[in-house]
Design a binder for this molecule. Structure first.
Ligand code: ATP
Ligand code: MG
Length: 183
């Protein structure tokens, strides 16, 4: 690669652990390896995720026993408390325990780091934080001077019909650098 390769020094890839994000990660890793660029992996803790989503993302064997149990019980426990207090449990999303979300976030990141390393990326930074996903991605892209942001076009919600999820929509609209939404 000649001079053009110097144009891409830093690539930010955002992963929520979804299959879409994995596709984005694969592309971003491949590009980072080819350009010799730094890959900044970003995960925003899934504090609003549903229990099914967390269960599908977790590697149970890698969780401490307490969190493994919590993963199976927190939702029903919460609903029982609400019901006991006379509340309706209809459509409320039960907020997952923060330490559980953090542990699953760590697993998502470790998997991502492995994929990037396997693709030959030499410089990898991982950032896992809590916050508004789109805001965090935009802030970190500026902070790390990303030349490119790579995301999945959809993520964990993935209900059919929408072409673009709300996070990828907001980031691609507001990003100051090139933003790739992977299909
Ligand atoms: P929505 O969340 O709007 O209902 P969705 O989940 O299908 O729909 P997005 O959340 O916009 O779509 O996901 C698109 C991409 O945004 C993902 O593939 C991923 O790259 C990135 N992303 C979404 N949420 C996060 C997160 N919590 N941490 C890191 N990246 C995320
Ligand atoms: Mg989403």
């Amino acid at each position: 690669l000649g001079k053009e390769s110097e144009m891409i020094k830093s690539i930010l890839v955002a992963t929520d652990g979804s299959d879409h994000a994995k596709k984005a990660l694969t592309l971003a890793s491949d590009m980072a390896a080819k350009y010799g660029a730094r890959l900044v992996l970003v995960h925003i803790l899934l504090v609003n995720a549903r229990s099914e989503t967390l269960r599908s993302l977790a590697t149970r064997s890698g969780l401490p026993k307490r969190l493994r149990e919590l993963l199976g019980t927190y939702e029903a426990d919460f609903q029982m408390e609400v019901a006991a207090a006379g509340g309706a449990i209809g459509f409320i999303t039960v907020p997952p325990p923060r330490d559980l979300v953090a542990a699953i976030g760590q697993q998502v990141m470790e998997r991502a780091e492995k994929i990037a390393a396997k693709a030959g990326v030499k410089k990898i930074s991982s950032v896992t934080v809590e916050g508004d996903p789109a805001e965090v991605i935009l802030e970190l892209a500026a902070k790390h001077k990303a030349d490119m942001i790579v995301m999945g076009s959809r993520g964990l919600s993935d209900f059919k019909g929408l072409l673009l999820g709300s996070i990828s929509h907001k980031v691609s609209a507001q990003a100051e650098c090139t933003c790739i939404t992977v299909k």
